[in-house]
Design a protein around this ligand. Structure first.
Ligand SMILES: NC(=O)c1ccc[n+]([C@@H]2O[C@H](COP(=O)([O-])OP(=O)(O)OC[C@H]3O[C@@H](n4cnc5c(N)ncnc54)[C@H](O)[C@@H]3O)[C@@H](O)[C@H]2O)c1
Length: 252
C-alpha cells in the first residue's frame, strides 16, 4: 500500500471473539491480521488447508478447515469456535469465488453451486452465531458484497445475482436482529488487488479501464476493506445497521 501503515485502534474490539469466513487468503487474510492486531480473539473458516495454517501461525488465530458449502460442517465448526473461544460477537461473511461463466453454458447444478459458494453460507453462518450474539447482548455481522452487479458487469451472472442478494439478506436480517442489538451491514469492495485478482484477471488494459473510472487514481488493497470492516465491528458504529458501504476509490 502506498498510504500509511498506521491504523486506528478500537478499544471495544479487544478480547472480542471474531469469526471470519474465507480467512486463508486475500481480503479475508487481511481482516484476520487486522482483528488480531486489535487484540481480538479471531477464528476463521476456510477450505484452503495450505494457506489457512500459515495465516493462523502469523496472527495467533484459530483456523478451522471447513467447506462452507457443507452446512452441517459449517455448524460443527461454529460450535467448535464457541467451545474454544467463547461467544462470537463479530461475524464477517467474506468467503466467495468470482469464477467467470458464459450465460449460455450455465447448467442448474453449476448455478446451485454458485449460490452455495457465494450466498447460502452467509445466511447459515448468521443463523448459527445470532444466538451467541443475543446471549452476549450485542453483535455485528458484516457481509461482503461487490460493486460488480452495481456496474452491470457481465461474464458471471450467477456471481452477480448472489452478490446482489447480499443486500437483501443484510437488510432483512438487520430488521430481524435489531431488537436484540445485533447490527448487520454490508461492505462493498471495488476492485481490490488480491493475489487471485492479479493472477487471474488483471491485465494492463483492464487495470487502465478501471483506473479511468476511479476518482482516486490508486490501486485498492485488502487493508482498505479490512479497515472499514473494523469500524463496523467496533462500538464506534453502534447505531449503524442495515447499510452498505462502498470502498472502491469512487468508481463510476
Ligand atoms: N478482490 C476483489 O476485487 C473483490 C471485489 C468485489 C468483491 N469482493 C468480495 O470480497 C470477498 C473476498 O474476496 P477476495 O478477493 O479476498 O477472494 P479470495 O479468492 O482471494 O479469497 C476468498 C477466500 O475464501 C475461501 N473460500 C472460497 N470458497 C470457500 C468455501 N466453499 N469454503 C471455505 N472457504 C472458501 C478461499 O479459499 C479464499 O481463501 C468475497 O466475498 C468477494 O466476492 C472482492
Amino acid at each position: 500500500m502506498s498510504s500509511t501503515d498506521a491504523f486506528a485502534q478500537y478499544p471495544s474490539l479487544k478480547d472480542r471473539v471474531v469469526l471470519i469466513t474465507g480467512g486463508a487468503s486475500g481480503i479475508g487474510a487481511s481482516m484476520v491480521e487486522h482483528f488480531a492486531a486489535q487484540g481480538a480473539r479471531v477464528a476463521f473458516l476456510d477450505f484452503d488447508r495450505e494457506g489457512g495454517p500459515k495465516v493462523a501461525e502469523r496472527t495467533g488465530s484459530l483456523f478451522l478447515p471447513c467447506d462452507l458449502r457443507d452446512i452441517a460442517a459449517l455448524r460443527r465448526s461454529i460450535a467448535e469456535v464457541r467451545a474454544r473461544l467463547g461467544l462470537v460477537t463479530v461475524l464477517v461473511n467474506n468467503a466467495a469465488r468470482d469464477d467467470r461463466h458464459g450465460w449460455e453454458t450455465v447448467e442448474p447444478e453449476y448455478w446451485d453451486e454458485r449460490m452455495q459458494t457465494n450466498l447460502r453460507h452467509h445466511f447459515f453462518c448468521a443463523q448459527a452465531v445470532a444466538p451467541m450474539m443475543i446471549e452476549a447482548g450485542q453483535g455485528s455481522i458484516i457481509n461482503l458484497g461487490s460493486v460488480s452487479w452495481m456496474k452491470a458487469q457481465g461474464g458471471m451472472p450467477a456471481y452477480t445475482t448472489a452478490k446482489a442478494a447480499i443486500r437483501g439478506l443484510t437488510r432483512g436480517l438487520a430488521r430481524d436482529l435489531g431488537p436484540n442489538r445485533v447490527r448487520v451491514n454490508e461492505v462493498v469492495p471495488g476492485w481490490i488487488f488480491t493475489e487471485r485478482q492479479l493472477e487471474k484477471w488483471a491485465t494492463p488494459e483492464s487495470e487502465a479501464d478501471n483506473m479511468d473510472r476511479q476518482c482516486l487514481k490508486e490501486r485498492l488493497y485488502p487493508p482498505d476493506i479490512a479497515r472499514m470492516v473494523l469500524w463496523l465491528a467496533a462500538d464506534d458504529s453502534r447505531m449503524v445497521t442495515a447499510q452498505h458501504f462502498v470502498v472502491d476509490g469512487g468508481t463510476v
